[in-house]
Design a protein around this ligand. Structure first.
Ligand SMILES: [Zn+2]
Length: 623
């Protein structure tokens, strides 16, 4: 075959994680330990050269030059490199010497041990060039797509970059990179970075799992966001009309996300189809989308939005530790919510959150988001997105999104942990979020809210009472959270926000018309299962007894007089104007002396229940 050679060089930067890597046994989903990290050296740059020659299932001729720095004196370097690959030679060059050295090396399991022929002094930078070949067991694939054409591509997340080039295979180690792919002329190449003639150039740092390339027969086109970010598209020629439609709103997505998340962090964005089903992988500046999601009907547009959002969350702001993986996927799932809100509206966004919650709950997963039992899980993705939505609900849009923009600005091209997120959110929230992160991030589960309600008419007034019991199957006994409540009445809906912080709580409202029903968290702002529990006394409009309060208004103390025999057990509760229960009297007689001297001047509600009947009266404390 004639090899009309096409040279493609790419300079790469940081890391990113995936939407849903296909559930296919050939991929290894679990992060693996890195022998090279934390090691003696940091990688500063990778210059990867791969000559694509048949047979394409193996890498036959490749080299990588790694620029390394170190803070202490070194005479040895450890790198991650899969045992199935063969290293042919290692050459060291050092800026203070004008010649090169051949290095001794040993391949021990998946670790490459390089003995340096000279000792490098603390603070020095030097270069190691590896020539290698071999049959990758993961990370690099040669496959036929659904059209019968072959595609050569890489998919290194989470720890499979080491399967196709020697590296420090851990997300906290970011370096710049260039990739030069020499391919036959019938293959187009997509990779990280921007291209000048036949060279891709990208100057920002990247981590090992984000370094990628794909070579196939591609149709290529380009357009720009309103803010001027170039966007490159690589689709199979036969699918390109469908792909152009499916990806058609990417420029608007970039502009929208810039408003919410801050400036797009790289020189360009891009997407390429590769044969891996329904998933996507957000390689920095060059997302790979499984060719199964190109349908020509935008049904997987949320995946396009998800992968794009990783540019901010996961790629520019990267992970320092795999245990915090939920931060990447939580933000990307949250970005799906934002995308739906902007492009389809609030009702569709609430529906979308509802579906996201539902899939998490029926998954049966029961482990914390932090250091998860399973990485590609509903816990890290769906629950993660809901937890960020709850933070938004707690803080309010202006504070929350200001914090998010600070997050993408302060940690641009850097790496983070859950603690960095908590600290930054606390700065904006103005007080501790220990309780929030403890219950949602470090504990499993979600609250099950069992609620019931009742309403009465009393003179010209209507009263409604809502009871919520938490019945949580895992996680804390009591979740602390604000909850939005819609009170539907004959005169229209009233919206209120209550705080849940005990196992069983009651809230009372005085209404201008009769109650139709309560809706708990109608917009799915909270990750919860809300179950209505009906009881016989619901909607009991006519209490069987009445109470009187003397005097009313009162100053500091008053008497609550309850008729009826002393056999029936009677309980009384006092609520403040916001509907919060402030005092309880159990098993009371026919009279209660209520001392309200510690309470401010205000209207209060007194609720007395006897057997299955209850009555509510308003009382005014005037001091
Ligand atoms: Zn993702």
């Amino acid at each position: 075959m004639e090899m009309n050679v096409k040279i493609v060089a790419i300079i790469i930067s940081i890391i990113a994680l995936s939407y849903a890597i296909p559930m296919d046994a050939k991929y290894d989903y679990d992060p693996r330990p890195s022998v090279a990290y934390p090691g003696l050296c940091d990688a500063v740059a990778y210059d990867i050269n791969i000559d694509l020659t048949p047979p394409y299932n193996s890498i036959n001729n490749a080299s990588v030059r790694i620029t390394l720095t170190h803070e202490i004196e070194v005479d040895m370097v450890l790198l991650d490199f899969e045992v199935s690959m063969s290293c042919d030679s290692v050459i060291m060059t050092h800026p203070i010497y004008d010649y090169w050295f051949m290095c001794d090396f040993r391949h021990l399991g998946d670790t490459l041990v390089v003995e340096l022929p000279i000792t490098s002094a603390p603070g020095d930078t030097f270069f190691l060039t590896f020539h290698y070949h071999g049959l990758p067991t993961g990370g690099y694939y040669y496959e036929t797509n659904h059209l019968g054409d072959y595609v050569i591509y890489t998919l290194s997340w989470p720890s499979n970059a080491r399967c196709w080039f020697p590296c420090i295979d851990f997300p906290a180690d970011k370096a710049t990179a260039t990739i030069t792919i020499t391919a036959p002329s019938n293959l187009d190449v997509a990779a990280n970075g921007t291209m000048v003639t036949h060279h891709f150039v990208m100057a920002q740092p990247i981590c090992s799992y984000n370094i990628c390339f794909a070579a196939a027969d591609y149709a290529f086109w380009e357009n720009f966001s309103g803010s001027g970010v170039p966007i490159w598209y690589f689709a199979y020629p036969e699918d390109s009309v469908e792909a152009a439609y499916d990806w058609g709103r990417t420029p608007e997505m970039v502009d929208s996300f810039e408003m919410y998340f801050g400036e797009y962090p790289f020189d360009r964005y891009g997407m390429a189809t590769t044969p891996f089903g329904l998933g996507g992988m957000e390689h920095q500046t060059m997302t790979f989308l499984g060719d199964g999601i190109v349908r020509g009907d935008r049904r997987y547009e949320d995946v396009v939005a998800h992968e794009l959002s990783h540019s901010w969350f996961g790629n520019s702001v990267g992970l320092a530790d795999w245990r915090d993986f939920w931060v990447n996927e939580g933000f990307a799932t949250f970005a799906e919510f934002v995308f739906t809100e902007i492009f389809s509206g609030d009702i569709e966004a609430a529906d979308y959150r509802s579906g996201t919650q539902y899939r998490y709950m029926i998954s049966g997963e029961n482990f914390p988001m932090y250091d998860p039992d399973e990485y590609l899980s509903y816990t890290c993705y769906n629950k993660g997105g809901c937890v960020l939505e709850m933070l938004r609900f707690l803080m309010g849009d202006s504070l929350f999104f200001a914090a998010v923009r600070e997050w993408t600005g302060r940690y641009r091209y850097r790496t983070v942990t859950t603690d960095s997120l908590k600290a930054l959110m606390e700065e904006f929230y103005g007080s501790s979020l220990d309780w929030f992160f403890d219950q949602w991030v470090y504990q499993p589960g979600y609250p099950t809210l069992k609620y019931s309600y009742a309403s009465w008419r009393s003179g010209e007034s209507f009263f409604a009472i809502l009871r919520i019991d938490q019945d949580n199957t895992s996680g804390p006994d009591v979740f602390i959270t604000p909850v939005e409540i819609e009170i539907e009445t004959e005169a229209g809906s009233i919206w209120d926000t209550i705080w849940l912080d005990t196992l069983s709580e009651e809230f009372v409202w005085e209404l201008s018309d009769s109650l139709i029903r309560f809706v708990i968290d109608p917009n799915y702002r909270i990750l919860r299962n809300a179950v209505r529990v009906t009881s016989v006394d619901e909607f009991s409009q006519k209490p069987a007894f009445d109470i009187s309060i003397e005097p009313n208004p009162f100053n500091q103390t008053c008497r609550i007089l309850i008729p009826g025999d002393s056999e029936t057990s009677k309980n009384a509760e006092i609520f403040d104007q916001s509907g919060r229960l402030i005092q309880k009297f159990a098993n009371v007689d026919n009279e209660i002396l209520w001392d309200a001297s510690g309470l401010p001047s205000a209207t209060y509600f007194v609720r007395v229940s006897a057997g299955k009947s209850a009555v509510i009266k308003r009382v005014l404390n005037l001091r």
